[in-house]
Design a binder for this molecule. Sequence first.
Ligand SMILES: Nc1ncnc2c1ncn2[C@@H]1O[C@H](COP(=O)(O)OP(=O)(O)OP(=O)(O)O)[C@@H](O)[C@H]1O
Length: 255
Amino acid sequence: MSATISMTGSSTAPVTAAARAEGVSKFYGTGDATIAALKDVYVSLEAGMFTAIMGPSGSGKSTLLHMLAGLDRPTSGEVFLGDTQLTSLNDKALTLLRRDQIGFIFQSFNLLPTMSAAENIVLPIRIAGRKPDEVWVKSIVDKLGLADRLTHRPTELSGGQQQRVAAARALASRPQIVFADEPTGALDSAAGTELLGFLRKAVKELGQTVVMVTHDPTAASYADRVLFLADGHVVDEMFEPTADAVLDFMKHLGA
Ligand SMILES: Nc1ncnc2c1ncn2[C@@H]1O[C@H](COP(=O)(O)OP(=O)(O)OP(=O)(O)O)[C@@H](O)[C@H]1O
């Protein structure tokens, strides 16, 4: 077991943090029905690293990802993307920042059915009124093995291929950070392995920063670091995880 006590409670973030949460709490509902999904969470996610977020069902993983990605606002505490304080931005500025600087991969691929794979991949860049960096996009497409699928529409692609298109779309703008919420949840194990291998390459070979919520210890073993959540707290972390070590720790958490 190589898990070590996390930096919970510390507000000192390394200068290389791609994203960080400082004292973030999130409550849903009011009165007796209030649910504390996150309680005073401090995390710092290093740039150029692949981080997995794990924990039992209901422990706050998706809530943490949504706070860090500016998809929702904390009840209290601060969230930073690089040096930008997300919690101080108005809704419009937050939407633009998400569009321009963050890549998203969800369990459901969320591709536009009327568009080809190629059109889906560059859609966020086009919506932003910018021109795609063709060399970069081609390198992503090649790494994902999608070159001969670019004219296909989503319905003409397998689930694994659709998720690889979604991964290409997430990385096409060279975002500061990519957030993936259960990206392998709807894939068979071969397609999941391919996607995870790509995310790892995106970090190691392309210098990207990836943060992934997962239930799967094998998926987490592709990461450089695993953060463990329980009951709204970051309770521990593990570097250079193996699937067995992650599984053991999850058992310890009662998952
Ligand atoms: N929009 C919401 N309204 C009310 N409660 C919510 C909402 N979103 C999440 N919660 C609650 O907050 C807690 C944390 O939820 P969250 O989805 O972050 O957990 P999770 O670890 O991602 O769970 P899972 O692994 O089951 O997806 C849970 O008790 C959940 O029911």
